[in-house]
Design a protein around this ligand. Structure first.
Ligand SMILES: Nc1nc2c(c(=O)[nH]1)N[C@H]1C(S)=C(S)[C@@H](COP(=O)(O)O)O[C@H]1N2
Ligand SMILES: [Mo]
Length: 440
């Protein structure tokens, strides 16, 4: 087994560690101005956490501030977001603590943010002038639509749709993977309104040879190079043509929040959310697998056979991630609370399973030795998360407990209790969510 040659930020965004330093901190050397979200003591703690080698060394395990450190220090406020933990401020990445995802429909202020580049400035976005171009080699009639035209020409549909970053859960992998150290909060299930991607592609004469789509957004590459896209991903044509694959112009009956792609975005639920392009400017239908930014190499791809942790996997052995695996969250109560042994304990949360539905959720308070079946609601529509709850749990005596939740999809596939297969970029961690309870 070859050990993986870990690289720092320059692997992701810059050619050299120096350039990476520039991009990350806006200057060479140690971050003097940290835009107010990393205190000196946090920096010292972070140094210790990376074995004294700080920021620009090639062993730096991550470009990002560990969530625990970000959480305990000066809050970094994101406009319109509340209680999210900021993992990185350039690009902006923030996740939602599990107990803030308790709503059945994720509100705007609780939806995670994952940016690969620099969003268009809010002032530069005029929804009346915004256009969406449809093109690519498999489109017979390339067309440009305004948002008003999209609304007028095509029927609108509203669905509650789960989006989850492919790297959600990455922080648990060992050896660690570079990238945002998401814990559990890069997921949400708002209600989206828009037009079907299928209707729009067909109106532009979608050709029979189309096998893939690709999107382009108006955000720019971190390097500032206008010829580079921050991200340009797509899905196989069959996924694009599903009822629920939409070009959304509203979220929860309001404008899409700025950081989540205002004024127009794709939602291809159940697949890595990286396929749901934000600040959407162009969609192409392709007669080849889309080869845009973050479609190749290790981006959103996993080995096509199981590998030992740390393995250096050849690029030709990597395959594109499609539907996300079955997963669940305990959203109530908050981890760490005290609960009286004399009282029954109840908990609840959500479960989802990529393109599939969830069949069962089970809860354990004895580290998986025994399980109690939860009540599970049907999804409001396909690709929406499902709500589960369980009551009548008795803690036999005072002490420390963990509540584990485990969902099973409609094919009978269960979440693993421990980490699933290691992969170079730390995708698809669907291990059981656990919360801590002190029974008193
Ligand atoms: N244009 C554009 N679209 C994008 C991204 C981006 O950086 N730029 N990030 C993608 C990734 S990796 C994820 S996980 C989701 C995150 O969506 P959210 O920020 O609305 O939660 O958007 C996807 N769409
Ligand atoms: Mo993502």
């Amino acid at each position: 087994m070859k050990s993986k040659n870990r690289k720092g930020i320059h692997e992701l965004y810059a050619e050299t560690p120096e350039q990476a330093a520039d991009l990350l901190w806006g200057q060479k050397g140690l971050p003097a101005s940290r835009r107010g979200f990393l205190s000196k003591s946090a920096l010292a703690a972070m140094s210790a956490a990376v074995g004294g080698k700080i920021v620009f060394g090639d062993r730096f395990p991550s470009v990002l501030i560990p969530a625990a450190l970000a959480q305990n220090n000066e809050p970094f406020q994101l406009e319109g977001k509340d209680g999210l933990i900021v993992l990185n401020d350039r690009p902006v990445n923030a996740e939602t603590p599990a107990h803030f995802l308790d709503d059945k429909i994720t509100p705007a202020n609780r939806l995670f943010v994952r940016n690969n580049g620099l969003p268009p400035t809010a002032e530069s976005i005029n929804p009346d002038e915004w256009t969406l171009e449809i093109g690519g080699e498999s489109i017979g009639k390339p067309t440009t639509f305004t948002i008003a035209e999209l609304k007028e020409k095509f029927e609108s549909h509203t669905y509650q749709l789960t989006i989850e970053c492919g790297g959600n859960g990455r922080s648990e992998f060992n050896p660690p993977a570079t990238g945002n150290q998401w814990t559990t909060g890069a997921v949400g299930c708002p209600k989206w309104t828009g037009v079907r991607l299928r209707d729009v592609l067909k109106a532009c004469d979608l050709k029979d040879d189309a096998i893939y789509t690709g999107y382009y957004g108006r955000d720019t590459h971190l390097s500032g190079d206008p010829n580079k896209n921050a991200i340009s991903r797509g899905v196989p044509i069959a996924k694009a043509l599903e009822d629920e694959s939409i070009i959304a112009y509203a979220m929860n009956d309001e404008d899409i929040p700025y950081l989540n792609g205002y004024p127009l975005r794709l939602v291809t639920a159940g697949w890595p959310a990286s396929t749901s392009g934000k600040w959407l400017k162009k969609i192409v239908a392709r007669n080849v697998v889309h080869d845009g930014a973050k479609m190749t190499g290790t981006s959103y791809r996993v080995p096509n056979y199981p590998v030992a942790p740390g393995t250096d996997v050849p690029e030709e052995d990597m395959m594109i991630i499609e539907a996300m695996p079955v997963k669940s969250l305990v959203t109530f109560p908050q981890s760490g609370i005290e609960h009286k042994v004399s009282e029954d304990f109840s908990c609840r949360g959500h479960a989802w399973a990529g393109d599939l539905s969830v069949k069962e959720v089970h809860v354990s308070i004895d580290f998986g030795a025994t399980w109690k079946k939860a009540d599970l609601e049907a999804p409001v529509n396909r690709l929406a998360w499902q709500h589960w709850s369980v009551g009548g749990i008795k803690f036999p005596k005072t002490g420390y407990y963990e509540v584990w939740a485990r969902a099973v999809d409609e094919t009978g596939t269960s979440q693993p209790m421990i980490l699933p297969g290691w992969n170079p970029k730390g995708y698809l961690n669907n291990a059981c969510h656990r919360i801590a309870i002190q029974a008193v």
